[in-house]
Design a protein around this ligand. Structure first.
Ligand SMILES: [Zn+2]
Length: 357
């Protein structure tokens, strides 16, 4: 989103509200709560309402799902389907498929890409790396690709828009794609097939859904975080409207595992359904809150003696956001980890989307 759009929208709201509407909302309802306010800074000061211990701990069922990281390699590598290996260092995720004619690697996060060649040699001994597939163009998922620069004949496969973004990027570490596509694309190696489908749910240019039908394995990076509420601003999506459509798109695929790029846990269909229900709940809760926005803004502006419309606007956003986060946290604590850490940012994301669309 562009700053000027927000500004223009703010002026619209402020102008319309100041001229046309009478306040009907009571400020008393908007008074800041004295307990934990998840929108504020997390405090290290004992007895502060926002002391970090006031936030809920990670759910035991989430902790139980985390795979052990090998202390020697710093990685967890598991064969989730014959020849298909899942790799994580605990924060980022990647995978590789060993075929009769060599190996296909999916993403190369800089946090552990340098460990991938050894992991591949160990689990697919004697097999050459033939393809590296990019899920999207963000450095934190593919910026470690340079460690494969020495691999003879390596094909780097990405959407043409990702190739263009990489060509313009100042970040080191990328390998320029050698094979690009603009529509659905199929990769074949050693009798195995990989379907690449351009999509839009996260990156500012394009995302790709990677699908291995035989292995019932799908990859859609920076979407859900299995067992947890999504990361800040719904995985820092560049388009929350498009993000909301991701769930139905991905659920059309038949899959047992979803690699979503973050946390150490490989996701399941149930994780996608739970994340969809969560996102839709935030969407509806923030949307309902926005229906009260004008009245609340006018009440706030009156309270501020009509002296500072921008301040009243911000106070109103904070009030709507706080109510949304409180309701979402009430409903989802115990069902997903870290809801109280991120719900506030999710509400904020939907509120801004509502203002502008
Ligand atoms: Zn990303």
């Amino acid at each position: 989103m562009k700053a000027f759009e927000f500004f223009a929208s703010a002026v619209f709201w402020v102008g319309l509200s100041t001229v046309a509407l009478q306040p009907t909302y009571s400020m008393a309802e908007d008074e800041a709560p004295e307990q934990l306010n998840t929108g504020d800074d997390i405090s290290l000061t004992p007895d502060h309402p926002n002391h970090f211990k006031a936030f809920a701990p990670e759910l035991p069922e989430m902790l139980a799902r985390m795979p052990a990281i090998d202390p020697e390699t710093g990685l967890h590598v598991s064969e989730v389907k014959p020849g298909l290996f899942y790799v994580t260092e605990g924060v980022y995720q990647s995978a590789f498929l060993a075929t009769d004619d060599g190996v296909i690697v999916f993403d190369a996060p800089p946090s552990f890409a340098h460990k991938l060649p050894a992991a591949i040699s160990e689990h697919a001994p004697g097999k050459a790396i033939r393809f590296l597939v990019y899920s999207h163009g963000h450095h934190d998922h593919i910026g470690g690709a340079h460690v494969l620069a020495h691999v003879e004949g390596l094909e780097v496969v990405a959407h043409a828009d990702v190739a263009e973004s990489i060509a313009k990027s100042w970040r080191p570490g990328f390998l320029a794609p050698t094979k690009t596509y603009t529509g659905p694309y199929e990769l074949s190696l050693g009798g195995e097939k990989v379907e690449l489908t351009p999509a839009s749910f996260h990156a500012e240019d394009v995302d790709t859904i990677v699908y291995l039908a035989k292995q019932k394995f799908v990859m859609a990076v920076d979407t859900i975080t299995p067992g947890e509420a999504p990361f800040m601003n719904f995985g820092a999506t560049s388009d929350v409207g498009a993000y909301m459509t991701f769930f139905d798109t991905i659920l059309e695929y038949e899959f047992d595992h979803i690699l979503s790029g973050h946390v150490s846990v490989l996701g399941t269909r149930e994780d996608v359904i739970k994340a969809r229900d969560y996102a839709q709940d935030v969407w509806q809760t923030a949307g309902a809150g926005m229906a009260t926005f004008l009245n609340r803004f006018n009440a706030t502006l009156a309270e501020f003696e009509y002296k500072n419309a921008n301040l009243a606007y911000r106070a109103t956003i904070e009030a709507v956001r706080r109510d949304c986060a409180r309701d979402v946290i009430d409903r989802w604590t115990g069902k997903l980890s870290v809801v109280d850490v991120w719900a506030d940012s999710h509400c904020q994301t939907v509120i801004l989307y509502n203002i502008m669309h």
